[in-house]
Design a protein around this ligand. Structure first.
Ligand SMILES: Cc1ncc(COP(=O)(O)O)c(C=O)c1O
Length: 403
């Protein structure tokens, strides 16, 4: 008689709160309840489709025979198109050979942590943080540490004072624009992160997957601001091309002194083990990048319309304040009242059970203030209006005292 197989202790520790709330929501739906999903940053789930030019290009790529394994680093013409795109839209000096194509930014994060971390190495992350970073750091034996992103005078600001950065810090992670707050980091803030990394000899990983979804202010790509500190830039097509399910992203190395040369080789070695990212998807995206990406402007206008509506609607909600997201499609309100929901997780669960509205609690993003939640403003205006009204009524019904 043999025993059951327990999962490895490394994996037992992992959490992914965004998807856990979704599982609870699906269970409710199975029981016949209607659920308004405000919990997942997945535009195609809310009726957004990839532009027709891209859908056609994918069909053509398949017809033309792009059905083989691509090189592990990515199709050459796609890497070239990506380098051109980064030069044109973000001013990053780079060539095709600096690019490695990945199965989404998620895979790039996993490759980097696998290739760089030894047991006990520290990685400085923003708090709140996109949770995949924390999981991959832990999976590869690293220790996540956090700097804060806080509200100050109606703006999101990073706080580096008293951050746990030290010579043990191997990587400083920047997420700009930022999930879950919608913050857009200023040039000065990026410079201060670069300075902090330089001081302790760390490199920077800069996740810029929302770079094209900016409503106000200027976006700066971290690599353009660093002369010496090596930067691995991450970007992808899931969000601004509305192809989350195609699983295509990329990383590029901006490393003037060649300090990451061996890490890059190690990442290529990892990439070879999974053979290739989707070849027809790479071919199709290469065609469309070269066409100028004009569809993104229309998309952004629509996202902004919904963001503005959400700001108006949230203004009417007593017991929650929202610092305006200047980018992305996320909003991250703070509860200003206590209620019989308990903490933020209690709030998210009770709101889901009673009102059928799915949001994600702040602790799901490693935010230990326990009074925030994230919602996406991707649904159409009438649904967004209905959802916020349910949130308003819920807070009113359950609030106990002012904080
Ligand atoms: C900051 C950030 N990075 C990466 C990802 C994952 O992107 P991909 O679909 O390219 O794996 C997301 C998805 O929500 C994200 O918010």
């Amino acid at each position: 008689m043999h025993g059951h197989f327990p999962p490895s202790s490394r994996v037992r520790e992992l959490e992914y709160a965004i998807r856990e709330i979704a599982a609870l929501a699906r269970e409710l739906e199975r029981k016949g309840r209607r659920v308004i999903y405000l919990n997942i940053g997945d535009p195609p789930r809310y009726g957004f489709s990839p532009p027709p030019i891209l859908r056609r290009a994918l069909a053509e790529a398949i017809e033309e025979g792009y059905n083989f394994y691509a090189p592990s680093e990515g199709l050459e013409e796609f890497r070239q198109a990506i380098a051109e795109r980064e030069r044109r839209t973000n001013g990053v000096e780079m060539e095709a050979e600096d690019v490695i194509v990945t199965q989404g930014v998620s895979e790039a994060i996993s490759f980097i942590m696998a290739a760089m971390l030894e047991e006990g190495d520290e990685v400085l992350l923003p708090s709140p943080c996109y949770p995949v970073y924390v999981n991959y750091v832990r999976l590869h034996g690293g220790i996540p540490r956090f700097y804060r992103i806080v509200e100050e005078g109606g703006e999101w600001k990073i706080r580096l004072e008293n951050s746990p950065i030290s010579p043990r810090t191997k990587i400083v992670v920047i997420i700009n624009p930022h999930n879950p707050t919608g913050a857009l980091l200023s040039r000065e803030e990026l410079a201060s992160l670069i300075d902090a990394a330089r001081e302790v000899g760390a490199c920077i990983v800069s996740d810029e997957i929302y770079d094209r979804i900016v409503f106000e202010g200027d976006f700066y790509s971290t690599a353009t601001l660093s002369d010496d500190v090596p930067v691995i830039g991450l970007n992808g097509f899931s969000k601004s091309y509305m192809v989350t399910g195609w699983r295509i992203g990329y990383m590029y190395f901006s490393d003037p002194e060649g300090r990451l040369t061996e890490v890059k080789e190690a990442i290529v070695k990892l990439a070879r083990n999974r053979l290739s990212a989707s070849t027809p998807a790479q071919k199709a995206l290469a065609e469309v990048i070269r066409s100028g990406e004009s569809f993104i402007e229309d998309l952004k206008r629509e996202f902004k319309r919904r963001r503005d509506l959400l700001l108006d609607l949230m203004g009417e909600v007593e017991g929650a304040v929202l610092t305006a997201p200047r980018a992305t499609f996320y909003a991250y309100p703070r509860l200003t009242v206590k209620g019989d929901w308990g903490d933020d997780l209690g709030f998210a669960k009770k709101l889901l059970m009673e009102e059928g509205v799915a949001v994600v609690h702040g602790t799901g993003f490693y935010d230990y203030r326990r009074d925030r939640f994230r919602l996406v403003f991707l649904p159409p205006p009438d649904v967004l209006g209905e959802a916020v009204e349910k949130i308003r009524a819920f807070i009113k019904r359950h609030a106990s005292q002012a904080q």
